[in-house]
Write a protein that binds this ligand. Structure first.
Ligand SMILES: Cc1cc2nc3c(=O)[nH]c(=O)nc-3n(C[C@H](O)[C@H](O)[C@H](O)COP(=O)(O)OP(=O)(O)OC[C@H]3O[C@@H](n4cnc5c(N)ncnc54)[C@H](O)[C@@H]3O)c2cc1C
Length: 437
């Protein structure tokens, strides 16, 4: 490739955001190059990983007929755990097991390759093992291309879509954001545990390619702000735990030890018994939310996905926000190309598109949630899981103690742990952070 070759757009990073942007622009006939530093897309990418249908379907209709998916999610469970017990609630819906489905489990190594291939089929030019080291600017400070850490040198384009993930070297180099603070980022560790498909089906009460996902709160994270998860794949289970980096630092706990404890928990151990660990990975999750977002557009560039901090932690959504933001970035570049203007003035249309979509509507709504959770750690990650489990045990133990006596004892125990006014304040705070933005 000639150093001077100029594209309509350069996309940095072939994760969900980058491939969605490249696919959108290539389909509209733009010349697009998609640069990925890994040996192939997804080589080092990590996700729990639940993939939501709607946002990918907007880009690839009926994708479930061809994409490398693991299982169709028919049931979601939430477990509030203590060290040895758990109260679990779940929602199973047979309709989720039928077209057009609601969500799937995926393994990113396979999925990202398939998705980037869709962008290639649409005409985008994918180059692997191509780490981008910085953006190129003209004298007026407009982004006009990128520099790469390879002999290919510099590449030029009208617009650079930056989709290089949570660590976004480019966003930092451009001064759009600094290093993430330890309370703005979760450190997550994950194992893929191999088990025969039939064993998974028996243990989770599903058939065929149907699957179950579990979110694990409370002692799953040793009471730290974060959560564990267990997702069923075709013939493996993804088990992981992620907590704010600041929590790991304060407690001086190693993430792997938290995951090991989770594997020993009496409600988790039987589900993974006999399984062999196939893969162990660690990755960061940007958790600062709306308030920590950098500017997402400027002269000649747009930021999408994790690079722009677009993650809805409360609902464990990230890949879908990445895809939609990539798509909206792509649409903005298409409009800019039609106008022949790639200035910030025109590219700010991307921000408006994000604001009009679920992406920023949701992130705005939960803008105060990260701070609330951090300040309410003890209540929501220790005390309430413990109290819920105590209540369940009291009410489910049949021991001849009259029910009235049990209920009185339970209320006393609850009040000894949390005063009514404090509980009311907790609930009000939660409501405010979740509903009022
Ligand atoms: C442990 C964990 C569990 C998660 N679980 C879920 C889940 O269940 N459901 C969900 O929806 N979301 C989940 N997420 C979030 C989701 O993974 C992310 O939101 C999503 O991957 C963001 O996509 P992206 O394309 O922005 O970034 P990424 O997926 O990180 O992709 C960035 C790409 O850029 C490449 N790259 C980086 N730097 C450069 C460079 N300088 N030059 C060239 N290429 C570069 C990388 O190699 C990578 O391929 C989870 C995240 C983690 C870490």
């Amino acid at each position: 490739m000639a150093d001077s070759e100029k594209f309509d757009a350069i996309v940095v990073g072939a994760g969900p955001a980058g491939s969605a942007a490249a696919l959108t622009m290539a389909r509209a006939g733009l010349s697009v190059v998609l640069l990925e530093r890994g040996d192939y897309p997804g080589a080092k990418n990590v996700m729990g990983g639940v993939l939501y249908r709607k946002m990918l379907e907007d880009l690839v209709p009926n994708f479930w007929l061809e994409a490398p998916l693991e299982r169709v999610v028919v049931e979601s469970r939430i477990s509030l755990m203590t060290g040895s017990t758990a109260v679990t609630v779940g929602y199973r819906d047979p309709a989720f097991g039928e077209e057009p489905y609601n969500a799937f489990t995926v393994l990113r190594g396979k999925f990202d390759q398939w998705f980037a291939k869709k962008a290639e089929e649409a005409g985008a030019f994918l180059i692997n093992q191509m780490p981008v080291t910085n953006v190129l600017k003209d004298k007026a400070g407009r982004v006009i291309g990128v520099t790469t850490g390879t002999p290919d040198g510099e590449l030029l384009a009208d617009v650079v879509v930056i989709a290089d993930g949570v660590n976004s070297l480019l966003a930092k180099e451009m001064g759009l954001r600094g290093e993430l603070l330890p309370n703005q980022v979760a450190l997550a560790v994950k194992e893929v545990i191999r088990l025969p498909a039939e064993t998974i089906q028996e243990r989770f009460g599903v058939s065929g390619n149907q699957g179950v996902v579990m979110e694990l709160m409370g002692d799953a994270t040793h009471g730290m702000v974060g959560q564990g998860w267990l997702y069923t794949n075709l013939d493996s289970i993804s088990l992981g735990v992620g907590c704010l980096l600041s929590e790991f630092q304060q407690r001086r706990v190693r993430p792997y030890d938290v995951l090991e404890d989770l594997k020993q928990h009496p409600t988790i151990a039987p589900l993974i018994a006999g399984g062999e660990v196939d893969e162990y990975t660690a990755h960061l999750i940007p958790e600062g939310g709306f308030n920590a977002m950098p500017e997402v557009y400027g002269d000649g560039f747009l930021l999408a996905g994790d690079a722009a901090m677009l993650i809805n932690v409360l609902h464990r959504e990230g890949s879908n926000l990445a895809m939609t933001s990539g798509q909206l970035a792509g649409e903005t570049v298409i409009a800019a190309k039609a106008k022949g203007d790639f200035s910030a003035q025109t590219l700010r249309g991307y921000r408006s598109r994000l604001e009009a979509s679920f992406v920023l509507k949701d992130l705005k709504q939960y803008r105060n949630m990260p701070t609330f959770m951090e300040h309410s750690r003890q209540a929501f990650f220790e005390i309430y899981p413990e109290l819920v489990n105590r209540a369940a045990k009291t009410l489910m133990t049949v021991d001849g103690v009259p029910k009235h006596e049990k209920e009185r004892g339970l209320i006393k125990a609850v009040l000894a742990r949390r005063r009514p006014l404090t509980m009311a304040r907790d609930m009000w705070g939660m409501w405010k952070a979740a509903m009022r933005g």
